[in-house]
Design a protein around this ligand. Structure first.
Ligand SMILES: [Zn+2]
Length: 127
């Protein structure tokens, strides 16, 4: 028996894995870990990392508590940000780069990333 290889024998409910887009937020030092990189930021530097309207909305999201979860671990920052949907944001280092991803439909550095970075800055620098 060779089995039935016709299309109708394909399993239903296949899972499609779509690669999430990654954005370089900044290039710093490769030897700096994630928290050192975040610690080096301030609000003035943020204005160089995001377009001003995106950053402004990021601050709004942060101050209006639309970040529903923030976890800061050794190699990764993760958050859930409430927008039209609940979006998943991640930050991590790759060599000298600080990389971010978000699963919202906006195809550029987004307000959810800005809000998460602001929250992480306040949390890490407030320690
Ligand atoms: Zn987003």
């Amino acid at each position: 028996m060779f089995g039935d290889l016709s299309p109708k024998s394909l399993p239903l409910g296949r899972t499609y894995i779509v690669a999430m887009q990654e954005w370089t937020i900044l290039e710093g030092n490769a030897e700096d870990d994630l928290s050192t990189t975040i610690r080096s930021l301030d609000e003035l530097k943020l204005t160089m990392l995001f377009p001003v309207d995106i950053l402004g909305r990021g601050f709004t999201y942060y101050y209006e508590n639309w970040i529903k979860g923030l976890s800061i671990e050794e190699g990764e920052i993760r958050s859930q940000v409430q927008g039209a949907d609940l979006y998943q944001v991640r930050f991590w280092k790759r060599g000298p780069k600080l990389i971010a991803s978000c699963n919202c439909p906006y195809e550029a550095k987004c307000k959810h990333m800005a809000a998460t970075l602001i929250a992480a800055m306040h949390k890490i620098q407030g320690e």
